[in-house]
Design a protein around this ligand. Structure first.
Ligand code: NDP
Ligand code: GDR
Length: 361
C-alpha cells in the first residue's frame, strides 16, 4: 500500500486530494496546524478515529515554518509521495504579511525537500509542489505555457517563484523526483470564502435570501482561467505516477472576467440587475434602484495580475489529462452549494436561532 503525505490537507485541494488518494487505496497522512478553533471542516467526512482497527487516514500537527515538525513527520511516515499544498495562499493578504508568506511558501518548500534529504529518502519519496499561474503575473505571452517567462507581481508570487526553482534545483542537483504543477485558478464549493469566486457565489446567494444587502468587489476587469479543484488534484497525482519528474501547466484554456462570473451567478439566482458606471463608480442595481454590487477600492491590489489564460496542451498530449468540468458546471455547483447554505441559515434565523455559533458581544 502506497503512503502519501499531504501538507495543507485542511485546504480546498488537500481535501479533494485526500479523498481521491483514499479511493485509490493509499494510506494518507495529512499535516494540519494548531488553531484555536477546529480547522478540519473540509475533511471531517473522511476523518478516522485513531482507535479504529485499521485506519487509512492520519493527521499530524506540523507547520511549514517549523523544520523540526516536518522532519519528525517525514521520518514517522516515510512517504512514497509528498504533495506540498500548504501555503499562505491569498495574494492580497501576502501584501500585508509578506515575511510570513515567504517563510511558509518559499522556505517551507526548502524545509520539506531538506527533510527528505536529511532522512535519506531522495530515491524513495516523490515530491509534488503546488506551483501557480501567479508566476506569470505581468503577462509576457498569451496564453501562458511551460516556456512562458515569469514576472511575479506579489509577495505570494515571488515566494512561490522560489518554491518553483528550488524544486527544479533539487531535482537537478540531487536527482530527486520533484516536480511543479503550475496550476491556474481552480475553485469549488470548498474554496475559501475570501477568494473572488466563492465571495461572489456566497455573497449573491445570501443577498438572494435576504441575509445580506450588497457585495463590494475589487477589480471587475480581472480575467482568470477558472477550473474545478476536483479535476486538478487528479493531475497532481498523475504527475507523480510518471517515470520522470516533469513540470506541467494545468488550466482549462478558457477565461472570463470577474464581472462575467458575477453576471453568470446572477442569471442562475434570477437576480435581475442593471449595470452602470465604470472603474470605482461601476455598480449593479436591482429593479428598485438599490445597489447590490459595487466597487470598493480596498479590494484593489498594489500590483494586479490583470489576465491569466493557460495552455494545457502539454498535459493533454503527454498525460492525457483534460479538465472534465466546464465553467458553467463549476458556477452552477458553487451557486447551488452556497444557496443551500444561505437558505439553511435563513431558516435557522426565521425560527429564532443564531445561524452561527458566535456569541454576541
Ligand atoms: P487553501 O488556502 O485552501 O489551503 C492552504 C492550506 O495550507 C490549508 O490547509 C492551510 O491550513 C495550510 N497552511 C497554510 N499555512 C500553513 C503553514 N504555515 N503550515 C502548515 N499549513 C499551512 O489553498 P488551496 O487548497 O486553494 O491551494 C493549495 C495550494 O495550491 C496552495 O499552495 C496554493 O498556493 C496553490 N495554488 C492554488 C491555486 C488555486 O486556484 N486554488 C492555484 C495555484 C496554486 P489552514 O486550513 O489551517 O488554514
Ligand atoms: P488570485 O485569486 O489572486 O488569482 O489567486 P482571487 O480569487 O483572490 O482573485 C482573482 C482576481 O479577482 C480580483 N478581484 C477580487 N479578488 C478577491 N479575492 N476579492 C475581491 O473582492 C475581488 N474583486 C476582484 C482580484 O484582484 C484578482 O485579479 C488565486 C489563489 O488561489 C492563489 O493561491 C493561486 O496561486 C492563484 O489563484 C492561481
Amino acid at each position: 500500500m502506497k503512503k502519501a503525505l499531504i501538507t495543507g490537507v485542511t485546504g480546498q485541494d488537500g481535501a479533494y486530494l485526500a479523498e481521491f488518494l483514499l479511493k485509490k487505496g493509499y494510506e494518507v497522512h495529512g499535516i494540519k496546524r494548531r488553531t484555536s478553533l477546529f480547522n478540519t471542516a473540509r475533511i471531517d467526512h473522511i476523518y478516522e478515529d485513531p482507535h479504529n482497527p485499521n485506519p487509512k487516514f492520519f493527521l499530524h500537527y506540523g507547520d511549514m515554518t517549523d523544520s523540526t515538525s516536518l522532519i519528525h513527520i517525514m521520518q514517522k511516515v516515510q512517504p512514497d509521495e509528498v504533495y506540498n499544498l500548504a501555503a499562505q495562499s491569498h495574494v492580497q493578504v501576502s501584501f500585508e504579511e509578506p515575511e510570513y508568506t515567504a517563510n511558509s511558501d518559499a522556505l517551507g518548500v526548502l524545509r520539506l525537500l531538506e527533510a527528505i534529504r536529511i532522512l535519506g529518502l531522495e530515491k524513495k519519496t516523490k515530491f509534488y509542489q503546488a506551483s501557480t499561474s501567479e508566476l506569470y503575473g505581468l503577462v509576457q505571452e498569451i496564453p501562458q505555457k511551460e516556456t512562458t517567462p515569469f514576472y511575479p507581481r506579489s509577495p505570494y508570487a515571488v515566494a512561490k517563484m522560489y518554491g518553483f526553482w528550488i524544486v527544479v534545483n533539487y531535482r537537478e542537483a540531487y536527482g530527486m523526483f520533484a516536480c511543479n504543477g503550475t496550476l491556474f485558478n481552480h475553485e469549488s464549493p470548498l474554496r475559501g470564502e475570501t477568494f473572488v469566486t466563492r465571495k461572489i457565489t456566497r455573497g449573491l446567494s445570501r443577498i438572494k435570501v435576504g441575509l445580506q444587502e450588497n457585495l463590494f468587489m475589487g477589480n471587475l476587469d480581472a480575467r482568470r482561467d477558472w477550473g474545478h479543484a476536483r479535476d486538478y488534484v487528479e493531475m497532481q497525482w498523475m504527475m507523480l505516477q510518471q517515470e520522470k519528474p516533469v513540470d506541467y501547466v494545468i488550466a482549462t484554456g478558457v477565461q472570463y472576467s470577474v464581472r462575467e462570473f458575477i453576471q453568470r451567478c446572477c442569471e442562475l439566482l434570477e437576480l435581475d440587475l442593471t449595470w452602470s458606471g465604470t472603474g470605482v463608480d461601476e455598480k449593479a442595481v436591482d429593479k428598485d434602484g438599490k445597489v447590490v454590487v459595487a466597487v470598493d477600492p480596498r479590494y484593489f491590489r498594489p500590483t494586479e495580475v490583470e489576465t491569466l489564460l493557460g495552455d494545457p496542451t502539454k498535459a493533454k498530449t503527454e498525460l492525457g489529462w483534460v479538465p472534465r468540468t466546464s465553467f458553467d458546471e463549476l458556477v452552477k455547483e458553487m451557486v447551488a452549494s452556497d444557496l443551500a447554505a444561505a437558505e439553511r441559515d435563513a431558516l435557522v434565523i426565521k425560527h429564532g436561532y443564531k445561524a452561527y455559533n458566535v456569541r454576541e458581544t
